[in-house]
Design a protein around this ligand. Structure first.
Ligand SMILES: Cc1ncc(COP(=O)(O)O)c(C=O)c1O
Length: 473
């Protein structure tokens, strides 16, 4: 069984050594327990800021609030001096309640009228999702008698000069072909202020550099129409290295490929293949895509690579942005939340499946940790209440729902001792899109509860999420 050990941030490692306190916290809530680390969030913000400072760029970081619901991160973002990207009226209200003002709030995604009305009143920066939305904004400016709307045009299908790159368009934003129509409409109404252009996707750095180049061309075109946009929002989509040793990842893929080809046990639930398949010629396909699921370069490095790209214009994109006094905007979600959370589920006990495989029954389910988690491959860690003799033990993690598909991971997890009832299983790196993204209570099971780990005094101090503030100890 291949190990896929997660990278464990030193603050997390230190926290996990306080086993007694972890079990005490587990007594405070029946359901899943999530620990969140605002100090790691602050550190991740600093990495991005350092790149912008090094390249002497005017930059704004709008962290994607949707990634984690906690107000703790909203407050930490406020204190760290960055901005916030909200995708609903609820998120906007939270941002305002935590102290953000409209000048530091960006609004993205599909927006209903209530969301738009509040965003317009607070002068938030609105990233246009459609021509229809622009028409809505015009109606609302009249209806609310407001003087202006600050806008970005989100482009759904940014282009690159390199035609060999096959890129997927997004369902969000406005197709390239409609951008001139939108610009014309903006140009005819002085209340509409076009600040810049926006894209968000998961393409690699080379493609993203190409998209920045495309946005520069759109800015040039807009200038010829009398508009003066000066912002390029490159969205999020920067991935993070999550494994301690990337080599384990290729070992895992190789072992899975051999097992599939030789029709041997795959070590995955009901032979789940994570996208690998034996093609018509009998070869394994899908490895490249799977290999690309984990990356080795830190997000701040990728950001620097994008901005230092020299292949598209006569000098680097950073130089061009600086010389023209253009601003760069970043909307990080998963990258800014990297390593900022861990989650615990209690062990109910162990049993065997019909094929004699071990099942570790957990008091939590796929909704508590989101569907995103099921595709995750890192080994969770066993926090045992009592020491027992070492014994290699592999098990599938089954949730507490009356639902066949409620398996927390689709891969057999290797443990060095047999987990016991009352032990905790710790999932690492759960702050982004995992710990509270889809939390629901099927069968009336309890939702998860978040506690804060504050590391400002060198050792972990635990707080209730509602009580913690980064502004005071
Ligand atoms: C518009 C927008 N910006 C930024 C993000 C954050 O993306 P990521 O988590 O990949 O950094 C998202 C995520 O869905 C998004 O929709």
């Amino acid at each position: 069984m291949t190990r896929l050990l997660p990278y464990v941030h030193p603050h997390v490692e230190q926290t996990l050594r306080h086993k007694d306190q972890l079990f005490q916290l587990a007594r405070l809530h029946k359901g899943p327990i999530h620990l969140i680390f605002p100090d790691i969030f602050r550190e991740n913000i600093a990495y991005f800021k350092a790149v912008f400072a090094e390249l002497e760029l005017q930059a704004r970081i709008y962290y994607a609030h949707k990634t984690n619901k906690s107000k703790v991160f909203v407050k930490q973002a406020l204190k760290s001096g960055i901005s916030i990207d909200v995708a609903s009226l609820g998120e906007l209200t939270t941002a305002l309640a935590c102290g953000f003002t409209g000048t530091r709030i960006g609004c993205t995604g599909a927006k209903n009228r209530d969301f738009l009305i509040t965003a317009l009143h607070h002068q938030c920066l609105i990233s246009l999702d459609s021509l229809f939305e622009l028409q809505e904004i015009l109606k609302l400016l009249d209806l609310c008698a407001l003087p202006q709307a600050r806008l970005l045009i989100r482009v759904s299908d940014p282009q690159t000069r390199d035609r060999s790159l096959i890129l997927k368009g997004s369902r969000f934003g406005i197709p390239h072909a409609q951008v001139p129509i939108v610009c014309e409409l903006i140009q005819t109404d002085s209340r509409l202020v076009l600040e810049g252009f926006h894209f968000h996707n998961y393409e690699p750095a080379e493609a993203k550099a190409g998209f920045v180049d495309d946005m520069l061309t759109l800015i040039e075109d807009a200038y010829t129409m009398g508009l003066s946009p000066h912002v390029i929002n490159i969205g999020g989509g920067l991935r993070t290295p999550w494994l301690a040793d990337y080599r384990q990842w290729s070992e895992f893929i190789d072992a899975l490929a051999v097992a599939l080809k030789e029709r041997k046990p795959t070590g995955t639930w009901r032979n789940y293949s994570y996208g690998l398949f034996v093609n018509e010629r009998g070869f394994i396909a899908g490895q490249d895509k799977m290999l690309g699921e984990f990356v080795t370069t830190a997000p701040a490095e990728v950001l620097r690579d994008i901005l230092l790209d020299q292949s598209l214009r006569d000098r680097s994109l950073a130089d061009i942005l600086r010389e023209n006094m253009f601003e760069i905007m970043l909307e990080p979600g998963s990258s800014i939340f990297a390593h900022c959370g861990i989650s615990f589920l209690r062990v109910l006990g162990v049993k065997n499946a019909d094929d004699a495989e071990n099942l570790l029954l957990l008091d939590g389910n796929t909704y508590n940790l989101s569907v995103f988690m099921r595709e995750q491959l890192m080994d969770p860690l066993l926090i045992s209440a009592t020491e027992s003799a070492p014994q290699p033990y592999g098990a599938y993690l089954a949730g507490n729902l009356c639902k066949e598909g409620d398996m927390l991971l689709k891969r057999k997890v290797p443990f060095t001792q047999v987990p016991q009832a009352g032990d905790l299983i710790c999932f690492v790196n759960t702050a982004a899109y995992t710990s509270d993204f889809e939390d629901a209570s099927p069968h009336q099971h309890p939702l998860g509860k978040k506690f804060v780990v504050d590391m400002r005094q060198g050792a972990p101090s635990f707080y209730d999420e509602e009580v913690y503030s980064p502004y005071y100890l």
